[in-house]
Design a protein around this ligand. Structure first.
Ligand SMILES: Nc1nc2c(ncn2[C@@H]2O[C@H](COP(=O)(O)OP(=O)(O)OP(=O)(O)O)[C@@H](O)[C@H]2O)c(=O)[nH]1
Ligand SMILES: [Mg+2]
Length: 441
C-alpha cells in the first residue's frame, strides 16, 4: 500500500542516516525531500508546509532526549508530525441499552456496501447485535449484493426490492427491526445519482427519518485530493462523525485519506484493505505513519522504553538487555509491547518472535498470548526465574495445569529461548538497537 510515498519518504530518511553529521543544510534538504514526496502523494499543500516547518524548527531547536541520537530524534520528530496530522485513534462509542443507528455516506463505488458488510461482521464479533438496512434504490442488484455479503456474517438485512423511496425503506426497516433490540443498525445508502446535489438531498431526507447517531463517510483511498471536496460536501449536508478509507490495498496514494480527515475534522476510524469481508483494519495513525516510514510503530517502542525507565524497572531492563531475562521478563516485555499498541509491530521486531508471525496470523498470535499467560501462571517461582529447569515432566505438569496441550508449552519455551539468546547476542544494545533497526535499517 502507498508504495510511492513509502519509497520516497524512506529515501529521504536514508540521506539523514547516511550523512556524517546533522546540520542545518541537511535538515533543510530533508525538509525539501519530505515536501516533494508528500505533495506527490496528494497531501494538501497547507498540511505539507505545516509539517515541514515544524520538522525544521523542532529539529534545530530541540535537544534529543537521553539515549536518542540526533538522527533518531529527527526521525521521531518527522514521525510525530505526520501522526499528528492524522489525529488520535478513535473508537465507536455506541451507547448501551439503545439502538445505535449508523448512516453510511459516500459516492458511487466508494465501497459503502462492502464496508457495511465488513462492519456488520466486525461488530458482531465484538458482541454487538447488528442489523442492516439496504436503502440503495439506484444500483441494480444493490440489495442482493448487500444480502450476499451480510449472509457471510449471519447478519439480518432489511430491504424492499420494489420500493423506490429510500427514506420510506429506512422508516419501515427501523420499525421492523426496532422490536428485536439490536445494538447497532447500519444503513447502506445509494451512491449512484445523476447529480451530486440529488444524492446529497437524498441523504438529508434519509437522515431526517433515521436520525442517525453516527454518519460514517466512506472514501475511496485511490482518488487523491478530490477527497477533500467530496468529504466537505457531505459534511455540510450531514455532519460526518467518522471516516473509513477503502481500497488501501491497491495502489492508493493515501494522501486523500489525510485530505478527507482535514475537510471534516472527523477521524479516520477504519480502513478497508481488500474485497473480502475480513479485510477491515482499525485505523491507527501511528501505525499508518510507521508503515509509511517503514519503521514499525516507533512511538510504541519509545513509549515502552520510557515506561521501562520510569516505572522502576531498571533491574528488569538490565536483565533483559544483558540476556539474563527470566520468564516473567519475557512475558512482561510482550505485554508492555501490546499495551503500547501495535502488537503486530512489536512481534515483527522482537528478536526470536519475529518471523513466527505473518500479518494474517496476528489474531492467532493474540490467542497464543492468552495461552502463554495461563501457562506462565502455572509455573512455580523457580520455573519462572529459571525456565531452564523445565524438563519433560514439568512440561507435562504445566500442560495439565494450564489446560493447554504440551506442544503449546514447548512453543512458549522455544520463543523465550530464542528471544533471550538473541538479546544476549546483541549484548544489550537491543532496546536501542530495536529503534535503530526499524527507523534506520
Ligand atoms: N481492492 C479493494 N476493493 C474494494 C474494497 N472495498 C470495496 N472494493 C470494491 O469496490 C467496488 C465497489 O464497492 P461497493 O461496496 O459496491 O461500493 P458502493 O459505495 O456500495 O457503490 P455504490 O453502491 O454504487 O454507491 C466493488 O467491486 C468492491 O469489491 C477494498 O478495500 N479493496
Ligand atoms: Mg452500494
Amino acid at each position: 500500500m502507498l508504495d510511492g510515498l513509502k519509497s520516497s519518504l524512506r529515501a529521504a530518511l536514508k540521506k539523514i542516516v547516511n550523512s556524517s553529521a546533522v546540520d542545518e543544510v541537511l535538515i533543510k534538504e530533508l525538509s525539501k525531500d519530505i515536501q516533494r514526496s508528500l505533495l506527490q502523494s496528494d497531501v494538501n499543500v497547507k498540511h505539507v508546509f505545516q509539517i515541514t516547518k515544524n520538522l525544521e524548527e523542532r529539529s534545530l531547536k530541540e535537544t534529543p532526549p537521553p539515549g536518542l541520537s540526533r538522527k533518531d530524534h529527527i526521525v521521531k520528530i518527522l514521525y510525530d508530525e505526520l501522526a499528528k496530522l492524522l489525529g488520535t485513534e478513535d473508537q465507536f462509542s455506541f451507547q448501551p441499552g439503545k439502538i445505535n443507528k449508523v448512516l453510511m455516506l459516500g459516492i458511487q463505488g466508494s465501497g459503502k456496501t462492502t464496508i457495511t458488510a465488513k462492519l456488520a461482521k466486525f461488530l458482531t464479533k465484538q458482541g454487538y447485535r447488528v442489523a442492516v438496512i439496504g436503502a440503495d434504490t439506484y444500483r441494480p442488484g444493490a440489495l442482493t449484493q448487500l444480502k450476499t455479503m451480510c449472509e457471510k456474517a449471519n447478519v439480518e438485512v432489511y430491504g424492499e426490492e420494489k420500493n423506490k423511496d429510500p427514506s420510506d425503506i429506512v422508516k419501515n426497516g427501523l420499525k421492523h427491526l426496532e422490536v428485536q433490540h439490536f445494538d447497532v443498525i447500519l444503513i447502506d445508502t445509494a451512491g449512484r445519482h445523476k447529480e451530486e446535489k440529488e444524492l446529497l438531498d437524498e441523504m438529508v431526507r434519509i437522515s431526517k427519518v433515521a436520525n442517525p447517531d453516527l454518519a460514517l463517510l466512506v472514501i475511496d483511498g485511490t482518488i487523491g485530493q478530490q477527497c477533500y471536496n467530496q468529504a466537505e460536501a457531505f459534511h455540510k449536508t450531514v455532519p460526518v462523525g467518522g471516516i473509513i478509507i477503502t481500497k488501501l490495498d491497491s495502489s492508493a496514494k493515501g494522501g486523500g485519506a489525510l485530505a478527507a480527515a482535514a475537510a471534516t475534522g472527523a477521524r479516520i476510524m477504519y480502513i478497508g484493505t481488500g474485497e473480502r469481508i475480513d479485510d477491515l483494519e482499525k485505523f491507527s495513525p501511528t501505525r499508518f505513519v510507521g508503515r509509511l516510514l517503514g519503521m514499525g510503530d516507533i512511538q510504541a517502542l519509545l513509549d515502552m522504553a520510557k515506561r521501562l525507565e520510569t516505572e522502576g524497572n531498571e533491574e528488569r531492563l538490565k536483565r533483559i538487555t544483558h540476556g539474563k531475562m527470566n520468564m516473567e521478563d519475557f512475558y512482561f516485555q510482550i505485554e508492555e509491547a501490546t499495551k503500547a499498541g501495535g502488537l503486530r509491530n512489536i512481534l515483527e521486531n522482537m528478536p526470536g518472535v519475529s518471523g513466527m508471525v505473518k500479518e494474517d496470523q496476528l489474531e492467532q498470535q493474540e490467542e497464543r498470548m492468552e495461552k502463554w499467560r495461563y501457562i506462565i501462571q502455572s509455573m512455580t517461582k523457580e520455573e519462572k526465574s529459571d525456565p531452564d529447569v523445565i524438563n519433560a515432566s514439568r512440561v507435562k505438569r504445566l500442560a495439565r495445569g494450564s489446560g493447554w496441550p504440551e506442544h503449546e508449552v514447548k512453543e512458549l519455551l522455544k520463543a523465550y529461548k530464542n528471544s533471550k539468546s538473541m538479546m544476549k547476542a546483541s549484548k544489550g544494545r537491543q532496546l536501542q538497537g530495536m529503534l535503530r533497526k526499524m527507523g534506520l535499517g
